[in-house]
Structure formats: C-alpha cells, structure tokens
Design a protein around this ligand. Sequence first.
Ligand SMILES: [Zn+2]
Length: 75
Amino acid sequence: MPTKNDVTGDSIQSKAPSKKYMDNYDRIFGKKTAVDDAADVMSGWTHECKVDGLLEVEKGEPCNWCGEKEDGTTD
Ligand SMILES: [Zn+2]
C-alpha cells in the first residue's frame, strides 16, 4: 500500500508571496514616499530636502522648507 507516489507525492511547495514578489510590487506600484503624499503637485521637481526629506516641489518654486531651488541653489 504505497503512501507516496514518486511523481505526485512530493509536498507541493507553497509559493507564498516572496521577497521577489514584493520587489516587483514595489517596482510596479512604487514605494510609499513623501512624493506620493505630494502627488497632487504633478508638474514639479523631486527634491531631497535636508529638512523634510524627499518631496515634490512645484515647478519653478523653491522648497518651502529650506528654500533650495531645482538647480540646487538658494537665494
Ligand atoms: Zn528643501
């Protein structure tokens, strides 16, 4: 009375969501960042602010936090 079939008896390895899956998820949907919070500012520039972290700043406008402009200068 066989208790195990050589072909199908192996336990099915579960394919739970893996790190690879999550990496792909992040690639497709994007990681949650401050930019997402500022996504309503569509035509802006991404600024890595030393005060508030990564954020989106309105085009042509300086950062509200540190005053840095898109070209990296400040007034
Ligand atoms: Zn800033």
